[in-house]
Design a protein around this ligand. Sequence first.
Ligand code: HEC
Ligand code: HEC
Ligand code: HEC
Ligand code: HEC
Ligand code: HEC
Length: 186
Amino acid sequence: MGNKLKELVKELIKQPITRVIIIIAVLSVFGSAGWVLAKTQQVPEQPIEFPHNRHVALGVQCLYCHPGAWKSETAGIPTQNKCWGCHQQITKESEQLDILKEFVKSGEPIQWVPVAIVPDFVKFNHRPHIAYGLNCETCHGEIGEMTVAEPQPGFNMGWCLNCHIQESGDNQEMFTKLTDCYTCHH
Ligand code: HEC
Ligand code: HEC
Ligand code: HEC
Ligand code: HEC
Ligand code: HEC
C-alpha cells in the first residue's frame, strides 16, 4: 500500500491543482499502518510504560534522549543502553524496571509503538523546524506531563500547510517554498 501511494503522489504533483484536490479527497481513506494507528489517537500499549513526566521532572532534556531532532531527519528513541547508564545505579524495585532489565540482558531491541508518524511518502525533517525555533511541544503536545507519549491530533497535510502559510506571513518567497508539493513530497 505504502509504495503504491508513493507512486501516486509522485504522479499527482505533476497534475493540475483541480484534479489533485479531487484525488486527494478520494485517497484520504488510505494510509500506512503506523500512521493509521496514530490517527485513531488511542494511546497504544508500549513494551515498557516509560514515564516521560518523571524523567523530564528530573531535568533530563528531550534532546538527551532524542538527539536526532536537532541534528538529523529522525529524532530517534534511545536504546536500552542509554537507559541502563542511569538505571544500573537505581536499585528501586519495580515491575517496569524488571522488564527493562530483561531487555538489557537479552540485547533485543525494544519495539516501541510509534505515535508521532507521517506516511513514508512524506518528507519531514526535524532540523529546519528546530533551527527556526519551534518547541517540541508545539507539535507533540505536553510530553513532559505524559507517561508514555500520546498521539496528537493533526499530523496531516492540512496541519503542516496551515503552519507553513501562517509562518510565511507576507514573505512571498517563503510561502512559495513552504507550500510547494515538492517540499514535502518527492
Ligand atoms: C507542508 C507539507 C506538504 C505539502 C506542501 C504538500 N503535502 Fe501532500 N501530504 C502531506 C502530509 C503530511 C500528508 C500525509 C497526511 C495526510 O494524508 O494528510 C500528505 C498526503 C498527501 C496525499 C495523500 C492523501 C491521503 O490522504 O492519503 C496526496 C495525494 C498529496 N499529499 C498530494 C500533495 C500535492 C499534490 C501537493 C501540492 C499541491 C501537496 N501534497 C503538498 C504534506 C504536504
Ligand atoms: C538520566 C538518568 C535516566 C535515564 C537516561 C533513564 N532513566 Fe528511567 N528513571 C530515572 C530515575 C532517577 C527514575 C526515578 C526512580 C525513582 O522513582 O526512585 C526513573 C524511573 C523510571 C521508571 C519508573 C519506575 C517505577 O516503576 O517507579 C521507568 C519504567 C523507567 N525509568 C524507565 C526508563 C527507560 C525505559 C529508559 C530509557 C529509554 C530510562 N528510564 C532512562 C533515571 C533515568
Ligand atoms: C514542526 C513540528 C515538530 C516539531 C517542532 C518537533 N517534531 Fe518531532 N515529529 C514531528 C513529526 C511530523 C514526526 C513524524 C515524522 C515521521 O514520521 O517521519 C515527528 C516524530 C518525532 C519522533 C519519533 C520519530 C523519530 O523521528 O524518531 C520523536 C521521538 C520526536 N518527533 C521528538 C521530537 C523532539 C524531542 C522535538 C523537540 C526537540 C520535536 N520532536 C519537535 C513533528 C515535530
Ligand atoms: C529519558 C529519555 C527520554 C526523555 C528525557 C524524553 N523522551 Fe521522549 N521518548 C522516550 C522513549 C523511551 C520513548 C518511546 C516510548 C513512548 O512512546 O512513550 C519516547 C517517545 C517520544 C515520542 C513519540 C515517538 C514516536 O515514536 O511516536 C515523542 C514525540 C517524544 N518522545 C518527545 C519527547 C519530548 C518532547 C521530550 C521532552 C519534553 C522527551 N520526549 C523526553 C524517551 C525519552
Ligand atoms: C508549527 C509550524 C509548523 C508545522 C506544524 C510544520 N512545519 Fe514545516 N516548517 C515550518 C517553518 C517555519 C519552516 C521554515 C524554516 C526556515 O525556513 O528556516 C518549515 C520548513 C519545512 C521544510 C523545509 C523546507 C526547505 O526546503 O527549507 C519541510 C520539508 C517541512 N517544513 C515539512 C513539514 C511537514 C511535512 C510538516 C507536517 C508533517 C510540517 N513541516 C509541519 C513550520 C512548521
